[in-house]
Design a protein around this ligand. Structure first.
Ligand code: CP3
Length: 353
């Protein structure tokens, strides 16, 4: 099936485009009433992830409302620890939890490297089904968490503000930390390659908690493993390049090092201007971002003005994918996202020749 809109793939590879493509992290989610309805029918978030039909349905929901340039497969980064036997569940208001978090060196030694096709086959089925249903309208993005970000949840047993258990492990017993991260890096590589083989046309690695680490620890415990994954990924499929995006939140001091991993694009958060990020990475990678998600809580005129500033900050030329600097929040009015996408459509052609 021919891809009718390849603006995203071209922009990620810094090829010429006539407008800036746009997609939104967490574009399928709780701010959409149709998502809440499907989740209620599914009974739980995990049922939604594990049913290929329902995961496909919620992946497509934002594309019915908005003129987006990509779909991102509906799933979660924590499917990997679940497949490794930690048993993921969600407590309303408290976020993700594991029945069997990592508590000892033996837990790390005994952690299996999952057979992706068996334990995560539901994700591959969702990718393949969604590709068919998209019918070439826009490309489908696959994703995974970074080894470090996955490790924080596995060691803390859920979300954390301080990451004290995970950080204690890297300082107290770096060898065990490396054993865990090595197992995760291998699994993430297999997982992303399986998504590419099932039809994902670009992939993103979410390193949401990279910013919790010191600069030195970041290089050793997060960046190193992302670089290893990038070099193990299948970079071409169906006769096209498969771009790889790294999103390390809170890591703008590391942009040069991230660009040196061999990835195609970097996701950037809102704490740096695209102008500065672009000067620092030069022509090595494309940039994706970076509107503060909270701007979507303000009025439509503010949203339009801020979209203009973001486009102006990147400036003339190719290699920019419009996105937020982190995921859209559940309190956003869906009409406000329409205003954002409309503004990108209207204002961005002026930045491309
Ligand atoms: O972008 C998309 O539309 C694809 C779907 C997607 C989800 N999670 C769905 C989801 C993606 C890409 C993720 C990634 C993810 N999951 C990350 C990295 C990105 C980021 O935002 O930093 C992280 C850290 C997770 C772990 C996770 N999953 C948490 C912390 C939570 C709870 C969030 C909360 O506010 O309660 C989840 C659950 C989750 N994943 C939801 C969605 C739509 C909400 C679950 C619900 O419907 O109640």
């Amino acid at each position: 099936m021919e891809l009718k809109n390849d603006t995203l793939l071209k922009a990620l590879l810094r090829q010429p485009v006539d407008r800036t493509p746009v997609w939104i992290m967490r574009q399928a989610g709780r701010y959409l009433p149709e998502y809440l309805k499907t989740r209620a029918e599914a009974g739980s978030f995990m049922n939604l992830c594990q049913s290929p039909e329902l995961a496909c349905e919620v992946t497509l929901q934002p594309l019915r409302r908005y003129d987006l340039d990509a779909a991102i497969i509906f799933s979660d980064i924590l499917t990997i620890p679940d497949a490794m036997g930690l048993k993921l569940f969600f407590v309303t208001g408290e976020g993700p939890k594991f029945e069997h978090p990592i508590r000892s060196a033996d837990d790390i030694r005994n952690l299996p490297r999952p057979q992706i096709d068996e334990s995560l086959g539901y994700v591959m089925d969702a990718v393949a089904l969604t590709r068919r249903e998209l019918g070439g309208k826009v490309p489908l993005i696959g994703f995974s968490g970074s080894p470090w970000t996955l490790a924080t949840y596995m060691i803390e047993g859920g979300s954390s503000k301080t990451f004290s258990k995970a950080k204690k492990l890297i300082y107290q017993d770096p060898q065990m930390a490396h054993m865990l991260l090595e197992k995760l890096a291998g699994t993430v590589t297999d997982y992303l390659n399986a998504q590419i083989e099932s039809g994902a046309q670009a992939v993103q690695i979410f390193d949401t908690w990279g910013g919790a680490l010191s600069s030195q620890a970041y290089k050793e415990f997060s960046l190193h493993y992302m670089a290893q994954i990038v070099s193990g990924l299948k970079r071409e499929s169906e006769g096209r390049k498969v771009p790889v995006i790294l999103f390390s939140k809170g890591c703008n001091t590391q942009l040069e090092a991230l660009a040196d991993t061999g990835c195609d694009a970097l996701g950037v958060d809102w704490t740096i201007t695209l102008d500065e990020a672009r000067r620092r990475v030069g022509d090595r990678v494309a940039l994706q971002g970076n509107l503060d998600p909270s701007i979507l809580l303000a009025g439509k005129n503010v949203i339009r003005r801020e979209v203009g500033y973001t486009l102006e900050s990147f400036g003339q030329g190719d290699g920019h994918v419009f996105n937020l600097g982190h995921g859209i929040t559940p309190d956003v009015d869906p009409e406000h996202l329409s205003a954002l996408i409309g503004a990108v459509r209207e204002l961005s052609p002026g930045y491309h020749s």
